[in-house]
Design a protein around this ligand. Sequence first.
Ligand SMILES: [Zn+2]
Length: 194
Amino acid sequence: MKTKSILILILILAFPFLINAQPTIQKQYENIILIGNASDIKVLEHVISQFDEAIFGFQKSVGSYLAEPITIKIAADETEYLSWTKGTSRIIEFSQAFYSGKTDTIYLRNPSKMQSLNRLQRIMLHEYIHHFVAKFSADVPLWFNEGMAVYFSGDMGFDREFNFAKNHVLGNTRPLNMMKYLSLIHISEPTRPY
Ligand SMILES: [Zn+2]
């Protein structure tokens, strides 16, 4: 009897969490497919038109256009994001996002703790550029691929220089050829988007 009461109590306490678990849905905006739960997709909707314009702007500046849509999977939480990074390069665990050419998908850490929407948009553009480069050539050198992504996503700045310097001093820099996935610049503290 006592065990039964405890079980009932646990169920009552867990109920809000159970009903909070949102189903995964899919939404498409132009050439961008978002997969995640409704509230996280709502966060991305704030920057989706800006992101779409940025993609177009990037394609215009390089003079090539890619009609193929890009899929972005938004992790519901840390556990889900970390499960996606399993079996990949270790540094991806600390990234805000990574692109996988195997699935043609950008995997995004849950955006609820993101400091700014502008930053979120730049991270998505950065990863999109890896997708774009991968579609045009499978054998692009990593330094070129990363350089393209950093330069065209407008991601150069003091923060980046500072983090490179800091990671270098701390001995965290890794050679580019160690990067199985194209995510070098996202090495940093877990809470900081890189
Ligand atoms: Zn990158």
